[in-house]
Structures are given as structure tokens and as C-alpha cells.
Design a protein. Structure first.
Length: 202
């Protein structure tokens, strides 16, 4: 096993422990024991467990940002309707979360208020997602494919809704088939809860 592979082993073992026990309950000694490496080997790769957590959240954020920024709602039209683009993005996010289910669980259930550095790391993760959502909204408004509104407020609403859907899906099991729910999620994102206007009325 080379140095890179050993580093990845430590990361994977730490991730399992973070999910199983919670970040705050895991010690460096726990990770060393789980990975079956020497203490000197651990410290040759990482200064501590926080650096592993930040590496994990950074990787996960990059995957989610790739799915979010993979669409261009400012150019929505007949060839690429807005609804189809939103659904495509949603599918990409679901697949990313399914492949990183344990890390998604850790982030949406993370207890804050115990460690300032941990709190900042979680906050930075969601700030990156929030900024990407806001950028999409601004581009859509500039391209006149979505109506004008406050992009900050609406990005908060969207991220809050996504986090709650993830809780119901991943933690409480209230959403059995997340893909079957995507049409409802897409329609709500685009149209809210208003009834369609009757024919001849706007």
C-alpha cells in the first residue's frame, strides 16, 4: 500500500467512525485503531481529525456543486425547458447523495455549538451550496427565464426545503422513493403552491 492509498484508508475509516459515533465522540486514537496504522503514520498524513472532516466535506461539496452548476437556467427554452433542467439537476443531486449517503447524514444531523472549528466547517459547506443556488437564480433572472425576486431570500428557502426533504428521506424514512417525489419537488420549485389560473384568466 503506497502513501496515497494509506491516506485514503485513514479517510474512509474516519468517515465510518464519524457517521457511527458522531464527529465529536471520535478520537484520533479511534481512527488509528480502525485503520490499523501507527500513530506516526496518521500524523504523517493529517494533523488531526478536523482536517479529515474538512477534506470529506470539501469533496462532497465539489460533487454537489458540479450537479447544481451543470445546468444553465438562463438559457432555458424549447430545446431545454426549465422544468427538465431542474429535474436533471435534482436527479444529479440524488445520485450524488446516494453515493455519499453516510456523509450527507452526518452533515444534516450534525450537532452544532460544541466546537467552533467544526461549526465553521459545516457552515462553510452549506455556504458553498447556498452560493451556487443563488448564482443559478441570478443567472435565471438575468436571462429572463425566471421572475424577479430577492435571490438571497429564495436561496435560503430552497436550501432549507432541500435539507428538510433530506431529513425525511434519509433519517426518518418518510420518503420511500425519492425519485418518484422529484416531479412534485420540481413543480413546487417552479410554481409554488398556487393553483393554475383558469383558462382565459391570468
Amino acid at each position: 500500500m503506497n502513501k496515497r492509498e494509506r491516506g485514503e484508508l485513514i479517510v474512509e475509516c474516519a468517515k465510518r467512525l464519524f457517521v457511527r459515533k458522531g464527529f465529536h465522540a471520535v478520537t484520533v486514537s479511534d481512527i488509528i485503531e480502525e485503520a490499523r496504522v501507527a500513530r506516526s503514520t496518521f500524523y504523517a498524513h493529517f494533523p488531526g481529525k478536523m482536517e479529515i472532516f474538512e477534506l470529506l466535506t470539501g469533496r462532497f461539496a465539489a460533487i454537489l456543486l458540479n450537479a447544481i452548476m451543470g445546468i444553465n437556467i438562463s438559457r432555458a427554452g424549447e430545446d431545454a425547458p426549465l422544468s427538465a433542467q431542474i429535474r436533471e439537476m435534482s436527479v444529479g443531486l440524488v445520485e450524488a447523495i446516494e453515493h455519499n449517503r453516510d456523509l450527507a447524514l452526518l452533515l444534516i444531523t450534525a450537532p452544532l455549538g460544541h466546537d467552533d472549528q467544526f461549526d465553521r466547517s459545516v457552515s462553510d459547506f452549506f455556504a458553498k451550496i447556498l452560493a451556487a443556488i443563488r448564482q443559478l437564480l441570478v443567472e435565471g433572472m438575468e436571462g429572463r427565464t425566471i421572475r424577479e425576486f430577492d435571490p438571497d431570500i429564495i436561496s435560503y428557502v430552497i436550501l432549507g426545503s432541500v435539507k428538510q426533504v433530506l431529513l425525511q428521506w434519509l433519517v426518518y424514512g418518510e420518503i420511500g422513493d425519492i425519485r418518484a417525489a422529484l416531479d412534485n419537488i420540481t413543480e413546487y420549485t417552479l410554481f409554488g403552491i398556487a393553483s393554475p389560473a383558469p383558462a382565459g384568466r391570468t
